[in-house]
Design a protein around this ligand. Sequence first.
Ligand code: ATP
Ligand code: FE2
Length: 329
Amino acid sequence: MLSVLGIESTAHTFGVGVVKNGKVLANIKRTYTTNKGGIIPLDAAKFHQKNKYEIYFEALNAAKIQESEVEVISFSQGPGLSPCLLEGMKFAKELSKKLKKPLVPVNHCIAHLEIGELTGAKDPVMLYTSGANTQIIAYASGKYRVFGETLDIGVGNFIDTFARYAGIGFPGGPVIQKLAEKSRDYIEIPYKVKGMDIALSGILTNLKQKLESEKFRLADLAYSMQETVFAMLVETAERALAHTGKKELLLGGGVACNSRLQEMCKIMCKERGAKYFCPENSLLVDNAAMIAFLGEIMFKSGIKIPHRDLDKIDIKPRQRTDEVDVSWK
Ligand code: ATP
Ligand code: FE2
């Protein structure tokens, strides 16, 4: 049985995971954070470069395997921040050459979806809400298709920017959730669903103005922001369920760690008789176990780049979910 190593480096997280026969043996990661301001791609890439060996050996230890037992190396090819993706790919190629093992390039968004299999989801609509990405994805006619998405910024980046205006460091999502739990006073903010898509930048401007006016408590704004924006996400996810006729909702991405979003999704699923699936937090946020997990599935279907052909492989910072040829399904 083969051990598949996965490398994740699309943004702020550098991770190495090991999967063997669909079982996660290791999922080690370290995340670049800041006290002030957002993520600086070149700094995040430096962070990855500095931490990669430690995380790699930690993952081998956790999986209780030797380097020589790694049979396949998979890595996040995109989408993501170029300097960060490059660090991951360089490391994947270095290992591929050293161990003389093939590479499997993996789409990060599809990995978020496929790891949902571990929760029992078989053919879900995924509400994928992370920093850079906000999409509703489902498999239809040979591809993973995007049924709805943000028209401007990802919901995680939206929350982090709001948090930054309020003087909270990165990532802001968990702090905003705690603040929101302290309030029940709803303040009217814009609700922007356009067909299957949502728009967030106007809401961000509105929240910024409200913060600057100093007329509102931060907790009330955090609460109102969550209630409004999560309702927009749930509405579009529900519409995708209706449109595709699928009966399962799967959550993915870091924002799905939010217990209020989880609760709202559960209620919607219950009301329309759909099954609700949500991986544990360590598999919701950016992680390398999901890259190894999908890498193994793809490798078993015959997809691999021999270690002699590494020059043919490059990062795909803007790779779209529906561009990927899902030949393994
Ligand atoms: P991707 O590369 O897929 O776009 P990402 O690099 O942004 O993802 P993730 O780890 O999936 O990384 O998600 C991070 C985001 O999740 C951050 O924006 C963070 O604020 C948000 N987040 C984490 N926990 C919570 C929470 N409890 N509530 C709301 N947002 C959260
Ligand atoms: Fe992600």
